[in-house]
Design a protein around this ligand. Sequence first.
Ligand SMILES: [Zn+2]
Length: 81
Amino acid sequence: MENKWWKIRAYEVFTNGENIVITGEPSNEDCYSTDEICNVHNCDEMGCGTLEHIILRATLSKRQSEIATLLKKDTDQKAGE
Ligand SMILES: [Zn+2]
C-alpha cells in the first residue's frame, strides 16, 4: 500500500464544495522543455488563474462536499478570532 503513494509538490488546496483544485508548480526549476511534465501541463485545459497553476482537479463526492463545508466553517471561525 505505502509504495503506491507518492508526493506532489503542491502549494494550496481550494474547494467550492463541488470541486477541489490543488495548486502548485507544474515544473520545477530543473524542468526543461523536453521534460514530460512541461509538455503535459496545459493552463487552458486546467483552468489556471493568473497567480498559480492548477496541477490537479477533482470532483468531490456528496460526503466529501459535506466535509468541505465543515472545514469552511472551521476556517471562517479561525479567521474571525
Ligand atoms: Zn498552468
